[in-house]
Design a protein around this ligand. Structure first.
Ligand code: AMP
Ligand code: TRP
Length: 330
């Protein structure tokens, strides 16, 4: 049976290779067999302050990225969250069955609100996971491909779906997360004990999808390695080189044994040099395609219009049922 897949990325900053390997790369494979929705979640982005003009431009860039990595608008539905208002409507309805305690436990909320403390953190940031649950539940999603930092949000989505079904009768499908076996958590190039992140201030930690070839070479050559020599995969004792090997695996398709074999008796320098070239070979066509799509906004807009219309139709059908189950309106 065909699964229904939903995933999304926030149009904030630049996407990095962790986003690509942990989330987006899986999408291109899944779309071959399943019914997929890929969303640009701009309403999640505004849970932290955004510059409006910049946000708009990043939304279009994100659409170009989705297409450039291989999302096929003939197979998948690509759309912008804020253009389908049923997301926020369902978000509100689910807010009435979610519990404060459940949201207070969310690691992402705790991290993002750490600076100013819970008192000054935005209510939007607090309710963020409920809107995410709405995104997923609106489309009877069965599978949600994400990086492992989103697992807690998917678990909450499952709890809310079950709670709603118990209270109002069978309405929502309870979705499953889909996490990459290797690469669900790409680490910083300079600090392999921490997750690579968009908001990192140290530029050398993060490889962006838009980095030019010479920048890729520089960042990879400067990536830290482990104290013991040799190219071998062991996340515990060799976290730095294992992280680089995971990237190598995703760029080439070679498995860990094959990579180890290829680099027996070679040093970190040789390995990193080759890794940089593999990344360039994989990423530079994507970079060119991003530019190509951005140069022709008419085509992008046509794709986003069509995606919006399909998502709107599915979302409204679901919302009719939800409103009736809850006894809203007439
Ligand atoms: P975000 O950067 O939080 O918008 O995340 C977008 C998607 O990329 C989500 O599915 C994340 O789980 C995934 N992701 C973010 N950072 C990483 C990382 N360092 N390694 C693997 N996946 C990641
Ligand atoms: N919270 C996700 C992130 O930060 C983005 C997101 C929003 C999402 N809604 C979603 C991911 C629905 C999967 C499904 O990466």
């Amino acid at each position: 049976m065909k699964d229904t897949v939903f995933s999304g990325v926030q149009p904030t900053r630049n996407l990095h290779i962790g986003n690509y390997i942990g989330a987006l790369k899986q999408w291109t494979h899944i779309q071959q067999q399943h019914h997929c929705y890929f969303c640009i979640v701009d309403q999640h982005a505004i849970t932290v302050p955004q510059d409006p003009a910049q946000l708009r431009s990043r939304i279009l860039t994100m659409a170009a990225i989705y297409l450039a990595i291989g999302i096929d608008p003939k197979k998948s539905i690509l759309f912008i969250q804020s253009e389908v208002p049923q997301h926020t409507e369902l978000g509100w309805l689910l807010m009435t069955i979610a519990k404060m305690g459940e949201l207070e436990r969310m690691t992402q909320f705790k991290d993002k609100s750490r600076k100013g403390g819970a008192i000054s953190a935005g209510v939007g940031l607090f309710g963020y996971p409920v809107l995410m649950a709405a995104d997923i539940l609106l489309y009877d999603t069965t599978i949600v491909p994400v990086g492992d930092d989103q697992l807690q949000h998917i678990e909450l989505t499952r709890v809310l779906a079950r709670r709603f079904n118990e209270r109002f009768g069978d309405t929502f499908v309870v979705p499953q997360p889909l996490i990459q076996k290797i690469g669900a958590r790409i680490m910083k190039l300079q600090k392999p004990e921490e997750k690579m992140s968009k908001s990192d201030e140290a530029e050398m930690n993060t490889l962006f999808l838009t980095d030019e070839d010479d920048v890729i070479r520089k960042k990879i050559m400067r990536a830290v390695t482990d104290s013991s020599a040799g190219i071998s995969y062991d996340l515990e004792s060799k976290p730095a080189v294992s992280n680089l090997m995971i990237i190598y695996h995703h760029m080439t398709g070679l498995n860990m044994k094959e990579i180890e074999k290829k680099f027996t008796d070679q040093g970190y320098g040789d390995f990193k040099k080759d890794l940089a070239e593999q990344i360039i070979e994989h990423m530079s066509p994507i970079r060119k395609k991003i530019k190509h799509y951005l140069a022709d906004p008419a085509e992008l807009n046509k794709i986003l219009d069509a995606g919006r219309d399909k998502a709107l139709a599915a979302a409204e059908e679901k919302m009719k049922l939800v409103r009736a189950k809850m006894g809203l309106g007439r």
